[in-house]
Design a protein around this ligand. Structure first.
Ligand code: AVJ
Ligand code: FE
Length: 430
């Protein structure tokens, strides 16, 4: 058994190795550049990671003196929009690296003091868990910045091992009934995943695998982007305004073949990969074209966690054990999602695959607090987003680390966003 201290330490170290890798593979000009108005310069994310660690962990929980109180305002995500961040007097690349290193030294110091602020690690452990998750979330954001940057490839990873097991059922039925949604016990769960509560879900069918590029090409070929009746009013307006005709990063060679650029590599769109870089409106139009709909968040979670034999909600589709390379494509081990039908060992008891990893999955649900929600540690993590124009995404992507991914984990974004590593699967009433 690894102790709590070792678990937290290795989660923090892994996150930092990833942040270093994502900011160490491009030159200084690239780090301070804005690759898209949707994203921060990479050097902002890096110093923001250190600043949150300093605010939440070193100062609040650890009770230590500030490393740099003067820069708090620059790295407050609510004070400056992403597009305005390059114009700020940010720390330069080497200053930012030195800063995050100094903060981390203090973090180790706080972790070493087995008692701080009069409390033991068991009760303060969440601060470390949350900081590791926060850094990994920004690492995934930085990975999306890499996808948006022009120029030759700088990231490498082994290709996804192709071990697809034939998918015999295209969808499975989850019977009507209550299940436990969310969690009260999971020590890693963030405030918006809490508390556990019983939810009645009517019977529904859900796709056993995510919608593939081949599926999506059939929607395109069938006039999906031209048929207004398939789109919501807002979705159609957005499609027209932004001239959407295919997923982001796709181009056509005029000969009817689709190509896509991924992390600097131009290649034919692989038909068997889950479709990615589609917004919620596109997912919704596809689902309507297929005579289906997007799953609600509760349906998605029931498909992923509910165990028919015991009625218990588990941490992952396969049970409570941690993810590994046989069960899910997580942690930027590869630079893309695995073909649909992969990871049969990660399937749920009813046979739903790839719920965890590969691509984030859009659900139909707006982001809101569960009954009994309590903001922790700050309203700014989740609560200020409740009731805004956000839809919930579930399951994590190939770029999500396992500390920030579980059956209860909730992500959210605006329904027009496409730069995130998001796809979807469909559901329908039965
Ligand atoms: C949960 C991914 C929507 O990146 O905006 C990072 C996570 N919160 N810093 C985001 C987050 C504060 C958040 N998402
Ligand atoms: Fe943040």
């Amino acid at each position: 058994m690894t102790g709590l201290r070792e678990t937290l330490e290795s989660a923090l170290l892994r996150a930092r190795r990833r942040s270093d890798a994502l900011t160490g593979c491009v030159d200084e000009a690239d780090l301070v550049a804005q690759h898209s108005p949707l994203m921060s310069p990479l050097v902002w994310d890096l110093a923001h990671i250190g600043n949150q660690e300093e605010l939440w962990l070193v100062r609040d929980v650890g009770g230590r003196d500030p490393v740099r109180r003067d820069i708090d305002e620059l790295y407050d995500a609510f004070k400056h929009s992403r597009s305005s961040r390059p114009a700020l007097p940010l720390l330069g690349p080497s200053e930012a690296r030195r800063y995050v290193g100094e903060v981390r030294e203090k973090t180790w110091d706080v972790l070493d003091a087995s008692k701080f602020r009069g409390r033991r690690l068991e009760s303060n452990g969440f601060a470390f868990a949350m900081i590791a998750q926060h850094e990994q979330q920004h690492d995934e954001t930085m990975l999306a910045t890499h996808q948006l940057r022009a120029g030759p490839p700088v990231l490498t990873a082994p290709p996804v091992p192709v071990a697809v097991a034939p998918v015999t059922e295209r969808e499975v039925v989850i019977p009507a009934g209550e299940f436990v949604m969310g969690t009260t016990e999971d020590p890693w769960a963030l405030d918006n995943e809490r508390p556990a509560h019983r939810v009645y879900v009517g019977a529904f069918a859900i796709d056993t695998v995510p919608v593939s590029n081949a599926d999506y090409m059939r929607f395109i070929d069938d006039g999906g982007y031209r048929r207004q009746e398939l789109w919501s009013e807002r979705g159609w307006q957005h499609r027209v305004e932004r001239r959407l005709e295919s997923p982001q990063f796709w181009t056509t060679d005029g000969g009817g073949h689709w190509w896509r650029r991924r992390f600097g590599v131009l290649e034919p769109v692989p038909p068997d990969e889950p479709v990615m870089h589609v917004c919620w409106f596109e997912a919704q139009a596809y689902a309507r074209w297929a005579d289906k709909r997007l799953p609600t968040e509760a349906e998605w979670e029931k498909a992923a966690r509910w165990h028919p034999a015991s009625g218990r909600s588990r941490r992952f589709p396969w049970g409570d054990d941690e993810p590994d390379h046989t069960r899910a494509n997580l942690g930027q081990r590869h630079l893309g999602p695995a073909p649909v039908g992969s990871y049969p060992e990660g399937a749920s008891p009813s046979g739903v695959r790839q719920l965890i990893g590969d691509v984030w999955e859009w659900t139909s649900s707006p982001f809101a607090g569960y009954p009994g929600f309590e903001a922790f540690p700050y309203r700014e993590y989740s609560e200020v987003f409740f009731g805004g124009d956000y839809r919930v995404l579930r399951g994590g992507s190939f770029g999500t680390d396992q500390v920030a991914c579980r059956g209860t984990f909730r992500n959210w974004d605006h329904p027009i966003r496409r730069q995130i590593f998001a796809g979807f699967r469909c559901a329908r009433d039965v």
